[in-house]
Design a protein around this ligand. Structure first.
Ligand SMILES: *Cc1c(COP(=O)(O)O)cnc(C)c1O
Length: 474
């Protein structure tokens, strides 16, 4: 028995119909709500006997497809998420067709991962000799970077011997705006989140260099070992970019490993005007970033680029007899990705990035990002012009944090975000700046228009006002 169809012709019909469902969904996305609560999925029986594809497709179309997380919709601005592209749809189809296992061996997929790595090496102006590896996301890439930095600080023997945080005292540094996954990476790596120092920021939410230097000095005096400095290249709350050149110099002077979290910001460097703000990133020891955010490669596609392939692989490579390498044939291959990360079996994420970058090109990605940032500036202007609203942080890139002013501001901010989600046209999120709840609009989507910024503010003001009236009439 095989899972291949008895008739490829009738399969072809279903496949074409599936593609039509997918294309229709994308083509009419603006006409549908950005979000609606999904129907609850009643506990169903384990599917022992197969069902016709027809009826499975019908159930998918009716109960799953319309209830997405909203990130492909132009009104989505809640979190830093990519929108995907029509080319991504084709890339995913080709990934499934090949069903490549990208742990190693001698086949085309490994070459594609190396090819994309080479593009990114050149994009970030890194010298030759790098290692690049696709990961699920930047959370995983940041975690791998912490592991590499630990080996950099205390040697490969720690892989076999384990690590005692309190006797070793390795200590890492980042601004308090660093993404929460970095603290988690410290925990997963066994270094301990207690040993991540969160340094204060200036009014632009960039790391305070004086406080950084003082903290490192104090820690050294207390017998701790500063080993890792992490810079933000597009922080998740406000899009702020740390002074990367200064951080890289400081890390070097302290013998620390310098890692940059560019999950969100990396592709902004595709715009020539924005690229200057990332000056210094080319001196990092490693960069974590996401293809699935501003490059809109379908989920999931994160990446870690390391300056030193040797150091990177020293952290992960091991010998296993069942993975023995041949000098020729299918079991050959110069690079096995399993030597550069925790996974053995891995999907062909590189193909999704390859299709997307090749088809659209870095220039168009840069143009889209520039347009997103212009929309964010327009939104900021609109907010400044409203009596009842005020910006809560300067706009660095594409993220606008704002809120109501005056009485009950915190409560109104909270409430209006929930009202907007249920209203279904625009989906911002709520975040906290210096402890205060504010509305956060991250303009990431290549489908979002400048006119949506006006629509968003009009709707927000309307919903806030009508809520007040409803309350008053009760
Ligand atoms: C999104 C994000 C992360 C986490 O990346 P995932 O791909 O979601 O794992 C880390 N840092 C920043 C700045 C981010 O924006």
């Amino acid at each position: 028995m095989t899972f291949d169809p008895e008739s490829w012709d009738s399969f072809r019909e279903y496949a074409h119909r599936s593609i039509d469902i997918a294309i229709n969904h994308l083509a009419t996305i603006r006409q549908r709500p950005v979000w609606q609560a999904p129907p609850s999925r009643a506990a169903s029986q384990i599917p022992l006997h197969g069902e016709a594809l027809d009826s499975v497709l019908e159930e998918f179309e009716r109960t799953i497809l319309p209830y997405g997380g909203g990130n492909i919709h132009p009104g989505f601005m809640g979190w830093v998420q990519g929108a995907g592209t029509p080319i991504g749809l084709i890339a995913e189809l080709m990934c499934a067709t090949m069903n490549a296992n990208c742990g190693g061996r001698h086949h085309a997929a490994i070459g594609v991962e190396l090819e994309v790595t080479e593009w990114m090496r050149s994009f970030f102006s890194f010298p030759e000799g790098v290692r690049g590896i696709f990961t699920t996301g930047a959370s995983q890439a940041n975690f791998l970077a912490v592991l590499i930095a630990r080996v950099h600080a205390i040697g490969v023997a720690t892989r076999a011997h384990g690590y005692d945080a309190h006797t070793s005292g390795l200590t890492a540094y980042a601004s308090k705006e660093v993404h929460g996954c970095v603290s988690r990476a410290m925990e997963l790596a066994g270094v301990g989140s207690d040993f991540l120092r969160l340094i204060g920021t200036d009014e632009y939410y960039k790391i305070d260099l004086v406080e950084l230097a003082e903290t490192v000095e104090r820690d050294r005096a207390a017998g701790l070992k500063p080993f890792l400095l992490i810079g933000n290249a597009g922080s998740v709350n406000t899009g702020s970019i740390d002074p990367l050149a200064a951080l890289s110099q400081f890390a070097k002077s302290q013998g620390m490993y310098f890692h940059v979290d560019a999950a969100l910001g990396a592709f902004a460097m595709a715009d020539t005007d924005l690229a200057g703000r990332f000056e210094g990133i080319q001196h990092a020891d490693s960069i974590a970033f996401d293809f699935h955010k501003w490059a809109h490669v379908p989920y999931d596609a994160g990446f870690l680029l390391s300056r030193s392939a040797d150091l990177h692989d020293a952290t992960f490579a091991s010998e296993a007899s069942y993975l023995s390498r041949a000098s020729r044939g299918l079991a050959a291959g110069d690079w096995w990705p399993t030597d550069s990360g925790p996974d053995l079996s891995r999907g062909f994420r590189a193909l999704k990035a390859w299709f997307t970058l090749k088809t659209y090109g870095f220039e168009a990605i840069g143009e889209n990002i520039r347009y997103n940032c212009n929309c964010a500036m327009h939104l900021a202007d609109r907010i400044a012009a409203e009596d009842s609203l005020a910006l809560a942080a300067p706009v660095s890139l594409n993220i606008v944090c704002f809120g109501f002013i005056g009485e009950n501001a915190a409560e109104r901010n909270r409430r209006v975000v929930e009202l907007l989600h249920e209203d279904g046209q625009f989906a911002p999120s709520l975040t906290f700046l210096n402890g205060h709840p504010v509305v956060r609009a991250a303009i990431m989507n290549h489908r979002t228009l400048k006119s949506d910024m006006d629509g968003f503010i009009d709707r927000l003001i309307m919903l806030d006002a009508s809520y007040g009236q409803d309350e008053g009439s009760r």
